[in-house]
Design a protein around this ligand. Sequence first.
Ligand SMILES: *Cc1c(COP(=O)(O)O)cnc(C)c1O
Length: 365
Amino acid sequence: MKVPFNDLTWQWRHIEDKVRFDFERVFASSQFSSGSFVDAFERQIAEWLSVPHAIAVDSGTSAIHLALIAAGVGAGDEVLLPAHTFIGSAWGILYIGAVPVFCDVDEETGTIDVEVARRLVTSRTRAVVPVHLYGQPANMDAVLSFALDYDLKVIEDAAQSIGATWNGRSTGSLGDLGCISFYPGKNLGAAGEAGLIVTSNDSYADRLRSLRNHAQSERYVHAELGFNYRMDGLQAVVLAHKLPLLSAWTKRRNELANQYITKLKGLPLEVPSVRHQTHCWHLFVARTPSRNSLRDALSKSGVETGLHYPVPLHRQPALSPYVKPDAAYPVSERWADEGLSLPLFVGMTDEQLDYVVRVVAAFYR
Ligand SMILES: *Cc1c(COP(=O)(O)O)cnc(C)c1O
């Protein structure tokens, strides 16, 4: 049996007819960049997430960049973020000339350790970027009370967490601003690049709508440094037809994750621990010191796996100027060294999951 890491063609088969029909409408109206299809998707997703404002952009990375600007973070300001995350969490901070300050993460969940973050606050700290890693919310009660204590802006990196909630609220909607990615492999994936910023702040929303569109205040008049970060009409159509299916897809991801947790019990492999909050299972990352040899064994048996992420931010060459010489990140390093992402995707069958479990069990026997 072959088990791929993901299968996006399964999703395509469920939306194909509707999307083809609407693609015709996009071409017939030539609304390729922004336009009515993007406007309609913004209204649809704002309602789905229960947020006052949803601003469509061209990627999750752009979303974080603009969210930091809207929050008033600027050159020389310090921004706290976890050391264990995708590089896209960090780029926006560098784009604006701010200083990323890496925090070690929580042993259980791999999300930002707020007690560590507290010790790293200085007079220049302006914001914190919690990452809802693998689809599991960071501890937002801890993040929000920490931010209140030090008057920090909270910009949630919800790139992986659409469909996950904290105390009943959508991740991304708890802080000052939230950033979502629609990269094809994400739980709600476009057919190319796309992203979203959410906020309940009216003036942030107005400024974001301007910033993403060359900071155009009126036609060909530009109020400030602007960006071309608009969403495509074609992406809006794909996303609009996937969104109504997302709750069922998230439910299936939860079923698969729970099966893994039950069936892998007893093996010398640490399964993900789950907070008492909803998880959207973007990734299922188990940990084991024999990660590399287990990965080889799975690969030889036709099971594709992933590493998310093998090099933590404090070891990234591009970020080395920001690493304090005395800083240590033991928990992030263990996640990077031992984490193995097993296949978990909507469209995965129970038989495929059982096969993965059998190969893992055989490896340990
Ligand atoms: C995917 C991702 C991003 C970046 O999103 P893009 O749409 O790929 O630019 C940022 N942060 C995290 C945690 C991500 O997983």
